[in-house]
Design a protein around this ligand. Structure first.
Ligand code: ATP
Ligand code: MG
Length: 353
């Protein structure tokens, strides 16, 4: 099969980690007889420099015409002083919106080989950590009406509509069906009307999934439970604001920002895939970046957008094997590890495919 992939290499370490990941994808193509046609497009800082906007229309159009988007990372100190709507981050928010991506999936899994990197005690980690945070991306206080009353005060309206909650709930239940069979919906229903509404809609959708277990937690409790008893979680379903916070918390429990992938999905199979970390300007251009988060994002792309689950398993297994062989980039290096750069880490993974 032939697949069209839009590629946004981005800023900082973006080009290095994306190039390493594209080579992994090419090898998968060779092995399983697929062709991946890449179209490179600009967004973020690189787009500001070249076209004076963080999100050129051409980028949106080409992404829309593709099967999936692979993105490195956007932003950096060079563009920090620009006004909000002109910054690289505006490109990222804009592209998610333009592509109708409403679900952000962030698996936080601990690789056994990196157990020591987790801030959690070994007895809490037990036989491992594997939580999927499903965060809603289009509603909540991020997009509600914003007001500023001079120097006196300000407000951000928190709102959710039925279709928004229904579709994100379905993403969570569908994911749980393929994983551990449990959804924990996180809200603040003791205080917020939006949360009570959220909870009632989630309960309705749950009836469509009798084989998935559902429970509800208040967000303050969920934040605490993630640290003291993470094993109770399989899929965490939550809104935009709580999801922003909880997904960072969950991912850091695995101790390794350079390891974790993410997918942003809409209706249908199309999605955008990127590492959870930023553009790491401090190590850009030095062949020090860890490409694994991006390589694992490619695995998510193979699985979710292209329907190639054997190929996705192959990529994930190759990453595990490479770690088991002791290869580490600087960010995850420990005693006795064999420290390699971004390019070599990519090559080791390819040799294990
Ligand atoms: P953003 O605002 O874009 O999320 P950030 O300021 O949160 O960015 P990152 O760019 O994620 O920060 O970097 C945080 C730290 O983690 C930096 O020291 C960076 O070098 C390191 N880091 C991030 N990604 C990687 C990676 N893939 N490999 C190695 N180190 C990384
Ligand atoms: Mg960050």
């Amino acid at each position: 099969m032939n697949y069209k992939i839009a590629v946004i290499k981005g800023d900082g370490i973006g080009p290095e980690i994306v190039e390493a990941s594209m080579k992994v994808l090419d090898k998968i193509g060779e092995k399983y007889n697929h062709t991946f046609d890449y179209t490179e497009v600009l967004a973020g800082g690189a787009a500001i420099d070249a076209c004076d906007t963080p999100l050129p229309q051409e980028t949106v159009d080409i992404c829309k015409g593709s099967d999936a988007v692979l993105l490195g990372a956007l932003g950096g100190p060079k563009w920090d002083n620009l006004p909000g709507d002109k910054r690289p981050e505006a490109g990222l928010l804009g592209i998610r919106k333009a592509l109708g991506l409403f679900a952000n999936l962030r698996p936080a899994m601990l690789f056994e080989e990196l157990r020591d990197a987790s801030p959690l005690k070994s007895e809490i980690i037990g036989d491992g950590l594997d939580v999927l945070v499903v965060r809603e991306l289009t509603g909540d206080v991020y997009f509600g009406e914003k007001k500023k009353d001079g120097d006196f005060g300000a407000s951000d309206l928190m709102n959710y509509t039925r279709p928004e909650v229904e579709r994100i709930a379905r993403v969570a239940f569908d994911s749980a069906k393929k994983r551990g069979g449990k959804v924990t919906s996180v809200d603040k229903a003791n205080v917020l009307e939006t949360s009570r509404f959220w909870r009632s809609v989630v309960l309705e959708i749950a009836r469509e999934y009798p084989d998935v277990e559902l429970d509800h937690l208040y967000v303050d409790n969920a934040a605490m439970q993630l640290v003291i008893n993470p094993h109770q979680f399989d899929v965490i379903l939550t809104g935009n604001l709580f999801g922003d916070i909880l997904s960072d918390e969950a991912s850091m429990l695995t101790g390794s920002i350079g390891m974790l992938p993410s997918a942003s999905l809409g209706e249908g199979k199309f999605g955008m895939y990127e590492p959870i970390h930023g553009s790491a300007p401090d190590i850009a251009g030095q062949d020090k970046a860890n490409p694994i988060a991006t390589v694992l994002s490619v695995a998510m792309m193979l699985r979710y957008s292209l329907g190639l689950s054997d190929e996705a398993d192959n990529v994930e297994d190759a990453v595990k094997k490479t770690l088991a062989q002791g290869y580490r980039t600087g960010d995850i290096a420990g005693d006795n590890s064999n420290v390699v750069g971004c390019v070599e880490m990519g090559e080791k993974i390819i040799s294990n495919l």
